[in-house]
Design a protein around this ligand. Structure first.
Ligand code: FEO
Ligand code: CA
Ligand code: CA
Ligand code: CA
Length: 661
């Protein structure tokens, strides 16, 4: 989902930008502001620049051990050997010399064996349900055979986050107005273009291709039957006319990023589910307050409520409570029923990535992507069983959900969201753990975590045990609201935070701990131009980035960042930037891939051998005024009658070597 402000009639769906956390906590900000004003007065620094500098100094002063561990951002070149590409904006995408882009699968391509050919002039829900969906986001490559480290054959698992009505159908017209004109059949088609795809892919004679008749190939759509499990399953607030048990739901929606588990299942994250619902109940219904905290409004962003009854809040007020969860499914079993794991909480989950704790418990990190919302982690109650896959089947139903508070001295706490503890009691409207989970945001508010600048991917780096938090931007943060972990007012470019759990860098890293430390890895934006931008000193004219969103680590522990929002925030295309996380090249970002116009880059994912980097290119051609008839690019086909198509690409090195080397 694109990220920055665009005018009302622009085609982008901006629901996720509407901060719905009404009362961000100010305490740290007040402290910072006081210190900042003093420092700014002493050194004549601007607020944001001062904040970035001061954060370093605070950390260094408060925590000598950590200051020592952190390599200063000076000197030394990057370990990455590619020649970076320049900033720009073009109809085509670009990679460095010596690399090649292969298109693996596009919107409309066949997924299940009997899928009909794609004809964008005659799309139907039935066809779409068998074809690759729209707006690919999260990607995972699960090797085949299962349990192997094969890098030439595997399952490509792909999220389809949302639909761009105006680019999918002829005659719709641009922008929000166009989107709201969708017919019943078009709304149904959009519903089928959501969810996920699983396709078997193989690399043969250097080229990645879909195996057309694989038994694994599968579509999960907005109508696939899904089970609800964990503490909130069966709760009254999850019951509907269609499902009086509160135990099953049709479909998964707005699947943004995701992750996987040590036992090989997929976790897919429901993010901006709010935008599909409409109804007066959002203004005056019994659940209006709960809706408000999730950004559910009287008029949503789609025409669905007119055509598909369950999206009408006035008829089915509990339906939205059945979205906003983490969904687990087994891609190796094409008949597996996906499960919404309510123990992991309900919010606008960006993703759900795992780390294995030293004691075998599994920790799932997840950001709530909204301005002034929070970073979470879930810790399983029991260790996972590496010898018995079936024993892990319901591991994610039991455990503790925590929300993060970042202190200005570089320390942090993880606050448990447990019914009966602290303020999470009946006195505050929480009668059970199910209540806490269904209204996770409101429960978290009471614990006073740190309101962040839109947490996107939160992912542990296996090489050093540190956890990287992509904070994409927050142009609404005022100078009064800055704090050490969100140090920039009007933060249009975002930043990256590095969490250091106890024992990070050793074999006993404690991801389950309720304590930790943190520091800022980089402040995005153009150095010397955007206040507070901060990278390695040697970062080049092409190496700065804006609006970090998804990320991945290569086998050397280097961080690969995908951006979403650079066109609006910085006037340049989104893309991929890579940097060392340790050593002399730490935070020296280099531009590796440039997206076609209108697109953001999602889902970076390496094969186990590091020789292929898969990327999901989302909403190509989604520029202001773009329509099916007149898109700003026809990437990737560039055929006259073919609209732009969100697609998964594979980037390989021409000499067959490791990406980035
Ligand atoms: Fe769907 Fe947070 O981007
Ligand atoms: Ca984003
Ligand atoms: Ca996105
Ligand atoms: Ca995202």
């Amino acid at each position: 989902m694109p990220d920055t402000y665009v005018p009302d009639d622009a085609p982008r769906i901006e629901i996720e930008d509407i901060g719905s956390n009404p009362a961000p906590r100010e305490t740290i900000g007040e402290v910072m502001e006081r210190r900042l004003s003093r420092r700014a007065a002493l050194f004549g620094l601007g607020g944001a620049a001062a904040a970035a500098t001061l954060t370093d100094q605070l950390l260094a002063a408060a925590e000598p051990a950590m200051a020592q561990a952190a390599v200063p951002m000076t000197g030394g070149p990057s370990s990455l050997t590619f020649r970076e590409i320049p900033h720009g904006m073009a109809q085509r995408d670009a990679v460095p010399e010596g690399y090649e882009i292969q298109t693996v699968i596009r919107w409309g391509d066949a997924v299940v064996p009997e899928a009909p050919d794609f004809d964008p002039m005659a799309q139907t829900p039935e066809k779409q349900a068998q074809q690759f969906g729209y707006n690919n986001d999260f990607l995972d490559f699960r090797p085949l055979p299962q349990g192997s480290q094969n890098s030439d054959r595997g399952l490509l698992v792909v999220n389809h986050e949302y639909t761009d009505t105006q680019l999918m159908f002829p005659g719709i017209g641009a922008g929000r107005a166009g989107r709201m004109r969708a017919t019943a059949e078009q709304s149904q088609t959009e519903l089928m273009a959501h969810g996920l795809s699983v396709v078997e892919i193989r690399r043969q004679t250097g080229r990645w291709q879909v195996v057309q008749n694989s038994r694994y190939n599968r579509r999960i759509t907005g109508e696939t039957e899904i089970r609800i499990s964990g503490p909130a399953a069966g709760h009254d607030l999850l019951k509907t006319a269609w499902d009086p048990t509160g135990n099953r739901v049709l479909g998964t929606l707005n699947n943004c990023a995701g992750g996987n588990t040590p036992w090989g299942t997929i976790l897919t994250a429901e993010e901006n589910f709010n935008q599909y619902f409409s109804g007066e109940a959002a203004r005056n219904g019994a659940q209006a307050e709960s809706y408000r905290r999730y950004g559910i409004e009287a008029q949503g962003a789609y025409a669905w409520s007119r055509h598909i009854e369950r999206f009408d809040l006035d008829k089915h007020p509990n339906e939205p409570n059945r979205f906003g969860w983490i969904v687990e499914f087994d891609p190796y079993d094409p008949n597996s029923v996906p499960v919404k794991r309510t123990a992991l909480g309900r919010f606008k989950h960006e993703g759900a990535t795992h780390a294995i704790n030293h004691d075998g418990r599994v920790v799932i990190y997840s950001g709530d992507d909204e301005r002034f919302d929070y970073v979470y982690k879930f810790v399983t109650a029991r260790p996972w069983n590496p010898n018995d896959r079936a024993a892990n089947r319901d591991l994610l139903d039991e455990g503790t959900l925590y929300v993060a508070r970042f202190h200005d001295d570089g320390k942090m706490e993880w606050l448990p969201l447990v019914h009966g503890q602290g303020p999470l009691t009946a006195a505050n409207g929480f009668h059970s753990q199910a209540d806490v989970l269904i209204n996770t945001r409101r429960a978290a508010d009471l614990l006073q975590p740190t309101p962040m600048d839109r947490p996107e991917d939160v992912e542990a780096n296996p090489a050093n045990g540190r956890v990287y938090v992509m904070l994409t931007n927050n142009s609404n943060r005022t100078a009064q609201q800055v704090n050490a972990s969100n140090p920039r007012a009007r933060n249009v470019h975002g930043h990256v935070i590095e969490i250091v759990p106890p024992g990070a860098g050793t074999s006993s890293v404690d991801h389950a701990s309720t304590e930790g430390r943190w520091e800022i890895f980089l402040m995005a934006g153009k150095p010397g131009f955007d206040a507070g931008a901060r990278y390695h000193r040697a970062t080049s004219e092409s190496g700065w980035l804006s609006c970090p969103d998804n990320c991945a680590f290569d086998s050397k522990g280097r961080l690969w960042i995908a951006t979403d929002g650079a066109p609006s925030a910085a006037g340049v295309a989104d893309g991929i930037w890579a940097a060392d996380t340790q050593g002399a090249g730490r935070a020296l970002t280099k531009q590796f891939y440039r997206a076609p116009t209108g697109a953001e880059v999602c889902g970076p994912c390496f094969t186990p051998d590091g020789r292929t980097l898969f990327l999901a290119i989302q909403h190509p051609g989604d520029d202001a005024g773009s329509t099916f008839e007149k898109p700003s690019t026809r990437w990737p086909d560039f055929a006259e009658n073919m609209p732009p198509r969100p697609s998964v690409i594979a980037i390989v090195k021409r000499d067959g070597g490791e990406i980035g080397s």
